[in-house]
Design a protein around this ligand. Structure first.
Ligand code: CU
Length: 236
């Protein structure tokens, strides 16, 4: 083995070692209490063009909750990790406008990660993000024609539930959380989440829901071992 081969072998082992040492954090988010009834979006059903895209009266989706209290659309993140964004090289996140609604309405990305925005509707939309003025993120407002070219947004600073709206259709909203690290997930319909490849350490896990607020819990990721943390939010 020459010197170069030895060095390459050592660096390959180092990379393998790092991967093996990281652990996944998984768990389930549940909701305590009975959520309020979702609101009918009557202006959407009454809109001459958008209304045709819905056979039933559309409603808000504030609490997406299963029969056992499993709660979706919760932004789960690791606290105390910062400056680790890989957003610039990460695959883009997708945001669609379909049936004159944003799909999904809850999204999470890293700083500098592209959000590819698509218009699947036969109508004009405009994408207007409203960052917190103190966040350092940029407000943009761009029209998008029916089936027009995709637009690309990205945010430089972390921010929770950055609001997107459409000025044409006042019921259209999405909320994008921005992290400066890749250690976050959004709970699925069955309430489960998975945050992959977290370096070993003791952390606070934060679960944030747009209506039910925030809960936190401590967790330890041991070398190469999966960690489990279940969190419960309460109806607010
Ligand atoms: Cu619109």
């Amino acid at each position: 083995m020459n010197k170069t081969t030895v060095l390459l072998t050592l660096s390959a082992l180092a990379v393998a070692g790092q991967l093996a040492a990281a652990g996944d954090i998984t768990g389930t988010i549940t909701l305590k209490g009975t959520p309020p009834k979702e609101k009918d979006i009557t202006p959407l059903k009454d809109d001459p063009t958008c209304g045709k895209l819905h056979s039933e009266l559309p409603t808000t989706h504030f609490y997406v909750v299963g029969s056992g209290g499993e709660l979706a659309d919760v932004v789960v993140s690791v606290e105390g990790i910062s400056g680790k964004s890989t957003g610039a090289s990460a695959p883009p996140a997708a945001l669609d406008q379909r049936g004159c609604e944003y799909v999904p309405q809850i999204l999470a990305v890293q700083t500098d990660q592209k959000i590819q925005i698509k218009n699947s509707d036969p109508v004009l939309h405009n994408i207007h993000d409203l960052p917190n003025p103190d966040s350092g993120n940029k407000e943009q407002n761009m029209a998008q024609m029916p089936n027009g070219p995709e637009l690309s947004f990205a945010f430089a600073k972390p921010e929770a539930f950055l609001k997107f709206k459409c000025d044409v259709h006042p019921w259209m909203f999405a909320w994008v959380s921005v992290f400066d690290h890749p250690y976050f997930a959004i709970s699925a319909k069955d309430g489960t989440f998975k945050i992959a490849n977290v370096p070993p350490g003791k952390y606070t896990i934060k679960a944030a829901h747009r209506k039910a607020g925030v809960v936190t819990q401590e967790v330890e990721v041991k070398e190469g071992a999966p960690a489990k943390v279940d969190l419960a939010l309460e109806v607010k």
